[in-house]
Design a protein around this ligand. Structure first.
Ligand SMILES: Nc1nc(=O)c2c([nH]1)NC[C@@H]1CN(c3ccc(C(=O)N[C@@H](CCC(=O)O)C(=O)O)cc3)C=[N+]21
Length: 287
Protein backbone atom coordinates (compact mmCIF):
# COMPACT_ATOMS: atom_id res chain seq x y z
CA UNK A 1 0.00 0.00 0.00
CA UNK A 2 1.49 3.30 -1.16
CA UNK A 3 1.95 6.34 1.06
CA UNK A 4 0.09 9.47 0.01
CA UNK A 5 1.84 12.56 -1.33
CA UNK A 6 -0.54 14.98 0.35
CA UNK A 7 -0.66 18.02 -1.89
CA UNK A 8 -3.58 19.51 -0.03
CA UNK A 9 -1.70 19.52 3.28
CA UNK A 10 1.53 20.86 1.78
CA UNK A 11 -0.40 23.55 -0.11
CA UNK A 12 -1.98 24.58 3.18
CA UNK A 13 1.42 24.87 4.89
CA UNK A 14 2.95 26.84 2.04
CA UNK A 15 -0.05 29.16 1.83
CA UNK A 16 0.21 29.88 5.56
CA UNK A 17 3.87 30.82 5.02
CA UNK A 18 2.95 33.08 2.09
CA UNK A 19 0.17 34.75 4.09
CA UNK A 20 2.66 35.54 6.87
CA UNK A 21 5.14 36.90 4.36
CA UNK A 22 2.45 39.15 2.86
CA UNK A 23 1.26 40.30 6.29
CA UNK A 24 4.81 41.33 7.09
CA UNK A 25 5.10 43.30 3.83
CA UNK A 26 1.88 45.12 4.63
CA UNK A 27 2.83 45.80 8.25
CA UNK A 28 5.94 47.51 6.91
CA UNK A 29 3.74 49.77 4.78
CA UNK A 30 4.13 47.89 1.49
CA UNK A 31 1.34 47.29 -0.97
CA UNK A 32 -0.26 43.87 -1.47
CA UNK A 33 1.02 41.67 -4.30
CA UNK A 34 -1.52 41.64 -7.14
CA UNK A 35 -2.53 38.86 -9.51
CA UNK A 36 -4.66 39.34 -12.63
CA UNK A 37 -6.34 36.23 -14.00
CA UNK A 38 -7.87 36.66 -17.44
CA UNK A 39 -10.62 34.29 -18.41
CA UNK A 40 -12.48 34.28 -21.72
CA UNK A 41 -15.83 32.56 -22.23
CA UNK A 42 -17.68 30.37 -19.76
CA UNK A 43 -16.07 26.95 -19.72
CA UNK A 44 -17.41 25.73 -16.34
CA UNK A 45 -14.18 23.91 -15.39
CA UNK A 46 -12.11 27.03 -16.11
CA UNK A 47 -14.57 29.15 -14.15
CA UNK A 48 -14.15 26.83 -11.14
CA UNK A 49 -10.32 26.99 -11.34
CA UNK A 50 -10.40 30.75 -11.67
CA UNK A 51 -12.67 31.01 -8.62
CA UNK A 52 -10.21 28.81 -6.68
CA UNK A 53 -7.37 31.11 -7.64
CA UNK A 54 -9.27 34.26 -6.69
CA UNK A 55 -10.29 32.76 -3.36
CA UNK A 56 -6.68 31.77 -2.62
CA UNK A 57 -5.55 35.33 -3.45
CA UNK A 58 -7.97 36.87 -0.99
CA UNK A 59 -7.18 34.36 1.72
CA UNK A 60 -3.48 35.21 1.45
CA UNK A 61 -4.05 38.97 1.54
CA UNK A 62 -3.19 39.48 -2.11
CA UNK A 63 -5.12 41.66 -4.54
CA UNK A 64 -7.05 39.71 -7.14
CA UNK A 65 -7.61 41.71 -10.31
CA UNK A 66 -9.46 39.00 -12.18
CA UNK A 67 -11.14 39.88 -15.43
CA UNK A 68 -13.83 37.84 -17.14
CA UNK A 69 -14.49 38.42 -20.83
CA UNK A 70 -17.32 37.20 -23.08
CA UNK A 71 -16.52 34.32 -25.48
CA UNK A 72 -16.57 36.66 -28.51
CA UNK A 73 -13.83 38.98 -27.18
CA UNK A 74 -11.32 39.79 -29.93
CA UNK A 75 -7.57 39.27 -30.01
CA UNK A 76 -7.07 43.03 -30.20
CA UNK A 77 -9.18 43.65 -27.09
CA UNK A 78 -7.26 41.06 -25.05
CA UNK A 79 -3.97 42.31 -26.38
CA UNK A 80 -4.91 45.79 -25.20
CA UNK A 81 -5.82 44.49 -21.72
CA UNK A 82 -2.51 42.63 -21.36
CA UNK A 83 -0.67 45.75 -22.42
CA UNK A 84 -2.45 47.75 -19.71
CA UNK A 85 -1.72 45.09 -17.06
CA UNK A 86 1.94 45.03 -18.12
CA UNK A 87 2.09 48.72 -17.24
CA UNK A 88 -0.11 48.57 -14.13
CA UNK A 89 2.10 48.87 -11.05
CA UNK A 90 -0.45 47.12 -8.81
CA UNK A 91 -0.09 43.96 -10.90
CA UNK A 92 2.75 41.52 -10.22
CA UNK A 93 1.35 38.45 -11.91
CA UNK A 94 -0.73 37.95 -15.06
CA UNK A 95 -2.28 34.64 -16.04
CA UNK A 96 -4.36 33.85 -19.12
CA UNK A 97 -6.57 30.89 -18.23
CA UNK A 98 -6.26 28.20 -20.90
CA UNK A 99 -7.78 26.91 -23.08
CA UNK A 100 -8.97 30.02 -24.91
CA UNK A 101 -11.80 29.96 -27.47
CA UNK A 102 -10.60 28.78 -30.93
CA UNK A 103 -10.69 32.19 -32.62
CA UNK A 104 -7.95 33.46 -30.29
CA UNK A 105 -4.20 33.01 -30.75
CA UNK A 106 -3.15 32.00 -27.25
CA UNK A 107 0.57 31.85 -28.05
CA UNK A 108 0.57 35.45 -29.25
CA UNK A 109 -1.15 36.53 -26.03
CA UNK A 110 1.16 34.53 -23.76
CA UNK A 111 4.16 36.02 -25.57
CA UNK A 112 2.85 39.48 -24.88
CA UNK A 113 2.82 39.11 -21.08
CA UNK A 114 5.84 40.87 -19.59
CA UNK A 115 8.29 38.09 -18.58
CA UNK A 116 8.61 39.60 -15.08
CA UNK A 117 4.83 39.29 -14.58
CA UNK A 118 4.49 35.87 -16.20
CA UNK A 119 2.93 34.05 -13.22
CA UNK A 120 2.44 30.90 -15.35
CA UNK A 121 6.07 30.74 -16.53
CA UNK A 122 4.95 30.21 -20.13
CA UNK A 123 6.68 33.16 -21.79
CA UNK A 124 9.54 32.08 -24.13
CA UNK A 125 11.95 34.04 -21.92
CA UNK A 126 11.02 32.02 -18.83
CA UNK A 127 10.90 28.73 -20.72
CA UNK A 128 14.33 29.60 -22.12
CA UNK A 129 15.64 30.26 -18.62
CA UNK A 130 14.33 26.86 -17.57
CA UNK A 131 16.10 25.19 -20.51
CA UNK A 132 19.35 26.94 -19.57
CA UNK A 133 19.00 26.30 -15.84
CA UNK A 134 18.72 29.99 -15.00
CA UNK A 135 16.52 31.51 -12.29
CA UNK A 136 13.10 32.54 -13.57
CA UNK A 137 9.36 32.15 -13.19
CA UNK A 138 8.43 28.50 -13.54
CA UNK A 139 5.22 26.87 -14.69
CA UNK A 140 3.00 26.26 -11.65
CA UNK A 141 1.95 22.62 -12.01
CA UNK A 142 5.47 21.23 -12.65
CA UNK A 143 6.91 23.46 -9.93
CA UNK A 144 4.24 22.11 -7.58
CA UNK A 145 5.18 18.53 -8.44
CA UNK A 146 8.86 19.27 -7.70
CA UNK A 147 7.91 20.85 -4.35
CA UNK A 148 5.90 17.74 -3.42
CA UNK A 149 8.85 15.46 -4.22
CA UNK A 150 11.15 17.68 -2.17
CA UNK A 151 8.78 17.76 0.81
CA UNK A 152 8.70 13.96 0.96
CA UNK A 153 12.47 13.64 0.42
CA UNK A 154 12.08 11.90 -2.92
CA UNK A 155 15.32 12.79 -4.71
CA UNK A 156 15.07 12.44 -8.51
CA UNK A 157 18.85 12.02 -8.81
CA UNK A 158 19.75 8.81 -10.62
CA UNK A 159 16.12 7.78 -10.96
CA UNK A 160 14.42 6.99 -14.22
CA UNK A 161 11.56 9.49 -14.55
CA UNK A 162 8.95 8.84 -17.23
CA UNK A 163 6.69 11.80 -18.02
CA UNK A 164 3.66 10.88 -20.09
CA UNK A 165 2.33 13.96 -21.86
CA UNK A 166 4.32 16.68 -23.64
CA UNK A 167 2.24 19.80 -23.10
CA UNK A 168 3.93 23.17 -22.74
CA UNK A 169 1.93 23.70 -19.51
CA UNK A 170 3.09 20.52 -17.75
CA UNK A 171 4.96 17.71 -19.51
CA UNK A 172 7.79 19.58 -21.20
CA UNK A 173 8.71 21.89 -18.31
CA UNK A 174 8.42 19.06 -15.78
CA UNK A 175 10.77 16.90 -17.86
CA UNK A 176 13.31 19.74 -17.77
CA UNK A 177 12.94 20.23 -14.00
CA UNK A 178 13.45 16.52 -13.33
CA UNK A 179 16.47 16.56 -15.64
CA UNK A 180 17.90 19.55 -13.75
CA UNK A 181 17.68 17.41 -10.60
CA UNK A 182 19.68 14.65 -12.25
CA UNK A 183 16.90 12.24 -13.15
CA UNK A 184 17.20 10.27 -16.38
CA UNK A 185 14.10 11.51 -18.16
CA UNK A 186 11.95 9.84 -20.77
CA UNK A 187 9.24 11.96 -22.38
CA UNK A 188 6.45 9.66 -23.52
CA UNK A 189 3.29 10.59 -25.42
CA UNK A 190 0.46 9.33 -27.60
CA UNK A 191 2.87 8.09 -30.32
CA UNK A 192 5.17 6.20 -27.96
CA UNK A 193 5.23 2.51 -28.91
CA UNK A 194 4.47 0.09 -26.07
CA UNK A 195 3.62 2.74 -23.52
CA UNK A 196 2.95 0.11 -20.81
CA UNK A 197 6.54 -1.17 -21.07
CA UNK A 198 7.98 2.36 -20.98
CA UNK A 199 5.81 3.25 -17.99
CA UNK A 200 6.89 0.07 -16.20
CA UNK A 201 10.53 1.12 -16.47
CA UNK A 202 9.89 4.27 -14.40
CA UNK A 203 11.07 4.87 -10.85
CA UNK A 204 9.08 8.12 -10.98
CA UNK A 205 6.02 7.94 -13.23
CA UNK A 206 4.15 11.12 -14.11
CA UNK A 207 0.82 11.01 -15.92
CA UNK A 208 -0.15 14.35 -17.49
CA UNK A 209 -2.43 13.37 -20.32
CA UNK A 210 -6.05 13.96 -19.34
CA UNK A 211 -7.40 10.45 -19.82
CA UNK A 212 -9.12 8.70 -16.90
CA UNK A 213 -7.59 5.35 -15.83
CA UNK A 214 -4.80 5.57 -18.43
CA UNK A 215 -2.34 4.18 -15.88
CA UNK A 216 -3.28 0.78 -14.49
CA UNK A 217 -1.39 -1.36 -11.97
CA UNK A 218 0.26 -3.49 -14.67
CA UNK A 219 1.97 -0.32 -16.03
CA UNK A 220 3.68 0.48 -12.73
CA UNK A 221 6.95 -0.92 -11.43
CA UNK A 222 6.54 -2.15 -7.86
CA UNK A 223 7.78 0.58 -5.51
CA UNK A 224 7.55 3.38 -8.09
CA UNK A 225 6.53 6.94 -7.21
CA UNK A 226 3.37 7.82 -9.15
CA UNK A 227 2.38 11.44 -9.80
CA UNK A 228 -1.08 12.01 -11.21
CA UNK A 229 -1.45 15.38 -12.93
CA UNK A 230 -4.72 14.49 -14.67
CA UNK A 231 -7.88 16.36 -13.77
CA UNK A 232 -10.86 14.65 -15.40
CA UNK A 233 -14.43 15.36 -14.46
CA UNK A 234 -16.56 12.23 -14.79
CA UNK A 235 -20.14 13.19 -15.43
CA UNK A 236 -21.61 9.92 -16.77
CA UNK A 237 -22.37 8.66 -13.26
CA UNK A 238 -24.29 11.86 -12.59
CA UNK A 239 -21.95 12.85 -9.76
CA UNK A 240 -19.42 15.11 -11.46
CA UNK A 241 -16.63 13.19 -9.75
CA UNK A 242 -13.03 14.31 -10.22
CA UNK A 243 -10.52 11.62 -11.25
CA UNK A 244 -6.93 11.69 -12.44
CA UNK A 245 -5.14 9.73 -15.19
CA UNK A 246 -4.17 7.00 -12.73
CA UNK A 247 -6.40 4.12 -11.65
CA UNK A 248 -5.77 4.95 -8.00
CA UNK A 249 -7.63 1.91 -6.62
CA UNK A 250 -5.28 -0.61 -8.26
CA UNK A 251 -2.05 1.43 -8.54
CA UNK A 252 -1.95 2.28 -4.81
CA UNK A 253 -1.16 -1.38 -4.11
CA UNK A 254 1.91 -1.34 -6.38
CA UNK A 255 3.42 2.13 -5.92
CA UNK A 256 5.48 3.31 -2.94
CA UNK A 257 4.13 6.88 -3.15
CA UNK A 258 1.12 8.23 -4.99
CA UNK A 259 -0.70 11.56 -5.38
CA UNK A 260 -4.47 11.43 -4.96
CA UNK A 261 -6.97 13.32 -7.15
CA UNK A 262 -8.35 15.52 -5.75
CA UNK A 263 -5.92 16.64 -3.06
CA UNK A 264 -2.63 15.99 -4.87
CA UNK A 265 -1.12 18.13 -7.60
CA UNK A 266 -4.14 20.44 -8.07
CA UNK A 267 -3.84 22.37 -4.79
CA UNK A 268 -0.07 22.65 -5.37
CA UNK A 269 -0.69 24.33 -8.75
CA UNK A 270 -2.75 27.08 -7.17
CA UNK A 271 -0.18 27.53 -4.39
CA UNK A 272 2.72 27.87 -6.81
CA UNK A 273 0.77 30.52 -8.69
CA UNK A 274 0.54 32.51 -5.46
CA UNK A 275 4.22 31.86 -4.72
CA UNK A 276 5.20 33.03 -8.23
CA UNK A 277 3.20 36.23 -7.79
CA UNK A 278 4.84 37.00 -4.44
CA UNK A 279 8.24 36.22 -5.97
CA UNK A 280 7.52 38.62 -8.87
CA UNK A 281 6.40 41.24 -6.37
CA UNK A 282 9.61 40.98 -4.38
CA UNK A 283 11.72 41.15 -7.53
CA UNK A 284 9.78 44.12 -8.86
CA UNK A 285 9.76 46.05 -5.58
CA UNK A 286 13.30 45.24 -4.49
CA UNK A 287 14.69 45.40 -8.05
N1 LIG B 1 -2.88 29.38 -17.85
C1 LIG B 1 -3.29 28.32 -17.15
N2 LIG B 1 -2.60 27.97 -16.03
C2 LIG B 1 -3.01 26.90 -15.28
O1 LIG B 1 -2.37 26.58 -14.25
C3 LIG B 1 -4.17 26.17 -15.69
C4 LIG B 1 -4.83 26.58 -16.86
N3 LIG B 1 -4.36 27.65 -17.57
N4 LIG B 1 -5.90 25.93 -17.30
C5 LIG B 1 -6.46 24.80 -16.60
C6 LIG B 1 -5.44 24.10 -15.74
C7 LIG B 1 -6.03 23.26 -14.63
N5 LIG B 1 -5.55 23.84 -13.39
C8 LIG B 1 -5.93 23.40 -12.13
C9 LIG B 1 -5.63 24.12 -10.98
C10 LIG B 1 -6.07 23.70 -9.74
C11 LIG B 1 -6.80 22.55 -9.57
C12 LIG B 1 -7.27 22.14 -8.23
O2 LIG B 1 -7.17 22.89 -7.27
N6 LIG B 1 -7.80 20.94 -8.07
C13 LIG B 1 -8.33 20.44 -6.79
C14 LIG B 1 -9.79 20.15 -6.83
C15 LIG B 1 -10.65 21.18 -7.46
C16 LIG B 1 -12.07 20.73 -7.63
O3 LIG B 1 -12.60 19.99 -6.78
O4 LIG B 1 -12.69 21.13 -8.63
C17 LIG B 1 -7.63 19.12 -6.44
O5 LIG B 1 -7.10 18.46 -7.37
O6 LIG B 1 -7.67 18.75 -5.29
C18 LIG B 1 -7.09 21.82 -10.70
C19 LIG B 1 -6.64 22.22 -11.95
C20 LIG B 1 -4.75 24.90 -13.69
N7 LIG B 1 -4.67 25.08 -15.01
Amino acid sequence: MADILDGKALAQTLQTDLAQQIAKIKAAGGRSPGLAVLMVGDNPASAAYVRNKERACEKLGMVSLGKHFPANTTQAELSQVIDELNHDDRVDGILVQLPLPDHLDSVALLNQIHPDKDADGLHPMNLGRLVRGEVGLQSCTPAGVMKLLEEYHIDPRGKHAVVIGRSILVGKPLGLMLLAQDATVTMAHSRTPDLPAVARSADILVAAVGRPNLITADMVKPGAVVIDVGINRITDDGGGRLVGDVDFASVKDVASWITPVPGGVGPMTVTMLMANTVWSYLRRVAG
